[in-house]
Design a protein around this ligand. Structure first.
Ligand code: ADP
Ligand code: MN
Ligand code: MN
Length: 173
């Protein structure tokens, strides 16, 4: 199916800067930012609760069903830490943002995450969980996966330029 504007998934461990990046990109392109964790909360796209971390466990099918009609229209920036439940045919590019351990640790502390949640997310980043999830999910496809560092303002500007170029050169089909 062809869409006139591309869909881009921006993924990575909580704290790598997905939302900041997507807001900047939405401001400089015609793409619309979908902050999926917010949709999960507002539309209650979950059936289970994680008591240990005191947060919801999103339901893959419910989130997929909420995103599918929007992605079919095209021009969406999907901001989410998970990718395996998405369909390759609905996406044109996957961006995996990365941050160094100390950078991520500081950002999550500043967010007042409980120590266990900081630790869990920092470990997930060390083990590149989000990157591997995306690589495995789309390994037999032509979908491009860009792993981009996002520790500094300079990193973000570089990443923004690369993705803006992708958007500008996107041809439907
Ligand atoms: P995510 O959506 O992946 O959880 P956020 O966009 O909320 O991440 O960013 C987490 C924190 O890191 C925020 O305080 C944000 O201001 C900061 N941040 C994001 N990107 C950068 C960057 N490139 N350089 C410095 N700080 C950043
Ligand atoms: Mn976010
Ligand atoms: Mn815009």
């Amino acid at each position: 199916m062809s869409r006139s504007k591309p869909n881009i998934l921006v993924t990575g461990t909580p704290g790598v800067g997905k939302t900041t990046f997507c807001e900047a990109l939405a401001g400089s392109t015609e793409l619309e930012h979908l902050e999926v964790s917010k949709m999960v909360r507002e539309k209650r796209l979950y059936k289970e609760w994680d008591d240990e971390l005191d947060c919801s466990i999103f339901d893959e099918e419910m989130v997929f069903d909420a995103l599918e009609p929007l992605l079919e229209e095209g021009g969406r920036l999907v901001d989410f830490h998970s990718s395996a439940f998405l369909d390759e045919g609905l996406l044109d590019l996957v961006v995996v943002l990365r941050a160094d351990t100390s950078t991520l640790y500081d950002r999550l502390e500043r967010r007042h995450y409980p120590e266990s949640k900081v630790k869990q997310n920092v470990e997930a980043e060390i083990f590149q969980t989000c990157l591997d999830e995306a690589r495995e999910a789309f390994e037999d496809t032509d979908l491009k996966i860009w792993e981009l560092p996002n520790d500094t303002e300079e990193h973000m500007q570089e990443a923004l330029e690369r993705v803006q170029e992708f958007v500008q050169s996107y041809l439907p089909g």
